[in-house]
Design a protein around this ligand. Structure first.
Ligand code: 5RP
Length: 229
């Protein structure tokens, strides 16, 4: 199977978890897009959805999935989303699609969160191979980046955060912020690093999703495998 076929299988397995009447969180990225398509194809009655990005909202609307905003949603029953990397106890790195802030807001408003991915993202014993996305406000962003580097050094990580560019221009998130990516290699203590980054003025959010996923559905050549923390 190709990676895309594995993503599709994981998305379809997650769509089977959605029951009538549920409020569903819709993730962002190519794997989450498969979930959104599978959800629309199942035509589960009376569902409502909250999207984690403008791109996902556009896709869901085009497929006839009723959307509401996070403030009107109350508790979301189940959010399904992709990830860039899965580590021990389903610690995740997210934000490769620059949607980490809205994703984390929706995940934290959800009773349950399921991560879906292809086999390359099978949970591994360490976290940090994928460069850690960090969302920062545009004002003074280079200064914020220097303080991010100092936090990384204090955490024993010899990495420099790099401004994310696309076509030579800084990537802007849906909220108008910038993204820095930190190629950590291995993050010895993800919770401590996440806390330290959150303490920096100018950092809006980071892509460490810890203690949030209740399971991972990983598409493989041998079917969709389930992992729990
Ligand atoms: C977006 C994300 C995505 O979930 C992550 O980048 C995975 O994307 P894909 O399913 O395309 O591999 O965190 O901010």
């Amino acid at each position: 199977m190709t990676a895309d076929e594995q993503k599709r299988a994981a998305g379809e397995a997650a769509a089977a978890l959605i029951a009538p009447g549920m409020t569903v969180g819709l993730g962002t990225g190519s794997t989450a897009a498969w979930f959104v398509k599978a959800l629309a194809a199942r035509a589960v009655p009376d569902i409502r959805a909250v999207a984690t990005s403008e791109a996902t909202a556009e896709l869901a609307a085009s497929l006839g999935i009723p959307l509401l905003d996070l403030d009107s949603a109350g508790v979301i029953d189940l959010t399904v989303d992709g990830a860039d990397e899965c580590g021990p106890r389903l610690a995740l790195i997210k934000g490769g699609g620059a949607a980490l802030l809205r994703e984390k807001l929706v995940w934290e408003a959800s009773a349950r969160c399921v991560v879906i991915a292809d086999a390359a993202k099978t949970p591994a014993p360490t976290l940090g191979r994928f460069p850690l996305p960090i969302e920062v406000v545009a004002f003074g962003h280079a200064s914020t980046a220097r303080r991010i580097d100092a936090v990384l050094a204090e955490a024993g990580i010899a990495a420099k955060a790099m401004l994310r560019l696309k076509d030579g221009r800084p990537v802007r998130t849906d909220g108008g912020n910038l993204i820095y990516d930190a190629p950590c290699g291995v993050i010895p203590d993800p919770a401590a690093l996440g806390d330290a980054l959150k303490r920096l003025t100018g950092v809006v959010e980071h892509g460490l999703f810890l203690n949030l996923a209740e399971r991972a559905l990983i598409g493989t050549d041998d079917g969709v495998k389930t992992y729990q923390p």
